[in-house]
Write a protein that binds this ligand. Structure first.
Ligand code: F6P
Length: 329
């Protein structure tokens, strides 16, 4: 039963880019809250809904049959109004009007920056659950949605490889990741890419051409280069142009995988991670914790202050970077 009697009502919301597994997290938060005798509310469209007062009551059966569904039943948004003091004041007024004692925020770095400002300005407890396909948060080995996204992307890359081989083409495939190359790195290795371009490492077009030329001399008739959308050289279209201007041996194509990486049924990994973090998030609130993102590091529960979680994303695995180069050579 409830360990901290002053929390009677909690609210849960999803914010920022949707990620597969968010529904599993909403379900876990709702069911855990009810298990501990709390009232649970959902806030529609993240911070935007908090400003507008879009609150709905959640019951155990409100979250039935959603664990396997992508997207978020609570909907999501990127709220400009919440960035203003007036917006946050309205949001807090709505939280108070609904007698909500604590909130669970499911989202990425922007969500936790918002939550940090909100909890600094107002007396409200908040625990964050990492939900973003980008995996760019410090304090968790994996974010909810990342495993599903890389599996979706690799499926697409495998299919593109069929065409690359059949037509002897060079494909530049752009994957998501505005500030981070985690999706690109994993998919590049798993997809047998010639090169992987990530925002964390400056792209040298001449180096890239050297790699492609080497492959060409070894009679490689097709090649795949995986590019993270956040690569500072300008994404797959720009890089393909630059390469083509100096090295035109291949028939070249560009594919941008885009938002198809954000949808679809979550993998088992994402469902289990979301369920675990959902339960622990509510228990953390009941233990009196606040201002923290909850994550799993080396299979251990880990709490990271919002500021750290959102500002410093985990480091790229240097070993994986080395492996990707070695195997492409
Ligand atoms: O934050 C996740 C993410 O998918 C990024 O990889 C991408 O840059 C961004 O969201 C796209 O956001 P939107 O759907 O708002 O265009």
């Amino acid at each position: 039963m409830a360990r901290k009697p002053n929390i009677k009502k909690i609210a849960v919301f999803t914010s920022g880019g949707d990620a597969p597994g968010m529904n599993a997290a909403i379900r876990a938060v709702t069911r855990t809250g009810i298990y501990y005798g709390l009232e649970v509310m959902g806030i529609l469209r993240g911070f935007e809904g908090m400003v507008d007062g879009n609150f709905v009551q959640l019951h155990a059966n409100s979250v039935s049959n959603i664990i396997q569904r992508g997207g978020t039943i609570l909907k999501s948004a990127r709220s400009e109004r919440f960035r203003t003091k007036e917006g946050r004041k309205k949001a807090f007024d709505n939280i108070s009007a609904h007698k909500v004692d604590a909130i669970v925020a499911i989202g990425g770095d922007g969500t936790f920056r918002g939550a940090l400002e909100f909890t600094t300005e107002y007396d409200i407890s908040c625990i964050g659950i990492p939900g973003t396909i980008d995996n760019d948060l410090y304090g968790t080995d994996s974010t909810i949605g990342y495993d599903t996204a890389i599996n979706t992307a690799i499926d697409a890359i495998d299919k593109i490889r069929d065409t690359a081989n059949s037509h002897d083409r060079l494909f530049f495939i752009e994957v998501m990741g505005r500030d981070a190359g985690f999706i690109a790195l994993r998919c590049g290795i798993a997809g047998g890419a010639e090169a992987i371009l990530v925002p964390e490492k400056k792209t040298d077009i001449d180096d890239l051409i050297t790699v492609l030329e080497k492959g060409w001399r070894k009679n490689k008739t097709s090649s795949i280069v995986v590019v993270a959308e956040g690569d500072e050289t300008g994404g797959a279209i720009e890089i393909a142009k630059k390469v083509k201007a100096k090295f035109d041996n291949y028939d070249t194509r560009v594919t941008i995988l885009g938002h198809l990486q954000r949808g679809g049924n979550p993998t088992t990994m994402d469902r289990v991670l979301a369920s675990t973090l959902g339960v622990y998030a509510v228990e953390a609130l009941l233990d009196g914790k606040s201002g923290l993102m909850i994550g799993m590091v080396n299979k251990e529960l880990c709490f990271t202050p919002f500021e750290k979680a959102s500002k410093h994303h985990g480091e790229m695995d240097k070993n994986l970077l080395r492996i990707s180069k070695l195997l492409a050579s």
